[in-house]
Design a protein around this ligand. Structure first.
Ligand code: CP
Length: 317
């Protein structure tokens, strides 16, 4: 297994199977710290820089919370309009990160341009963590989701997944890459205009993923051990900011997980994940059912970021 020390976390495409389990192992070690709401001094001499060029609630604040739990410091920006990248200068990624690298020891970046964190990693002498890039990838979210499955089901291999939502989503790409390292068949369900591209399907097939596509969640929900949902009513992730204008419509039943659907068709021990934010694809009356695990997922979002920060900054081997 490669060392995590000093490493960029840009994509799950190149993650080795043993590296997933190392992240889970370190996450389990971190879990009591977060559960007991303790702060320790593991990273007391380190600073996290957050560079968020697109809105975020969870990814930015979970990284910040993780750093604070480990005794580190946090600086950065959540609104690029208040930086030189977002004004007249339109400062480049290169020039920006060559400044930011002197302000801290690791950078977590979210950007509307696919590949922006990889571009940052070319120029920065400190690790870059991809906090979501356009329609590209969202590796730390899917590490969180896999860890949630690992904790809830005790394993990853041998579980059947159903992924519902917009397949252009960065989470879906990271998920598909990750599952190529496990024995996990998966069915993808998306509106035709939001389905996986032929190019991406050819790539994950070549990488050995056992997948199929379906039109309606009702056709396959009975097979699922893990149901992962993303919205189909959602913003354009290639824009810095996409405000809601007027009526955006409702989620068609093909892509909606209702309480009735779960009660009549889902396995009793299946688990339901959604990284949030949500629209109406999971109505709120599902929240208190036996299937919902998205609140555990939210907690694990801090735990997994603690593990990643400790690993890339060398506090854990
Ligand atoms: N799931 C997720 O990435 O949430 P945020 O956009 O709030 O970071």
């Amino acid at each position: 297994m490669r060392s995590f020390l000093g490493r960029d976390i840009l994509s799950l495409k190149d993650f080795e199977r043993s590296e997933f389990f190392r992240v889970f192992e370190v996450s389990e070690y971190m879990e009591p710290i977060a559960r007991n709401r303790k702060n320790v001094d593991m990273l007391k001499e380190k600073t996290l820089v957050t560079a968020f060029y697109q809105p975020s609630t969870r990814t930015r604040l979970a990284h910040e919370a993780a750093m604070l739990r480990l005794g580190g410091k946090v600086t950065g920006f959540a609104d690029p309009k208040m930086t030189r990248a977002g004004d007249f200068y339109r400062e480049s990624i290169k020039d920006t990160v060559r400044m930011l690298e002197y302000y801290g020891d690791v950078i977590v970046m979210r950007h509307f341009q696919q590949g922006a964190p990889a571009e940052a990693a070319k120029w920065a002498s400190i690790p870059i963590i991809n906090g979501g890039d356009g329609w590209g990838e969202h590796p730390t979210q899917i590490l969180t989701d896999l860890y949630t499955v690992y904790r809830e089901k005790g394993r990853i291999d041998g579980l059947t997944w159903v992924a519902v939502g917009d397949m252009r989503m960065r989470t879906m790409h990271s998920l598909a890459y990750a599952l190529t390292k496990f024995d996990c068949p998966i069915t993808f369900i998306a509106p035709p205009e939001m389905s996986l591209t032929d190019e991406f399907k050819a790539e994950i097939k070549e990488m050995g993923l056992n997948f199929k596509e379906a039109e309606h969640i009702e056709q396959v929900i009975h097979e699922a051990d893990v149901i992962l949902v993303e919205p189909v009513v959602q913003p354009d992730y290639t824009k810095p900011r996409d405000e809601r204008k007027g009526d955006v419509g409702m989620t068609p039943s093909n892509y909606k997980i209702t309480k009735e659907l779960l009660e009549t068709k889902a396995k009793p021990d299946a688990i339901l994940l959604h990284s949030f934010p949500r629209m109406d694809e999971i109505p709120t009356d599902v929240d208190s059912t036996r299937w919902a695990r998205y609140w555990q997922e939210a907690f694990n979002g801090v735990v997994v970021r603690m593990a990643l920060l400790a690993l890339v900054l060398g506090a854990m081997e």
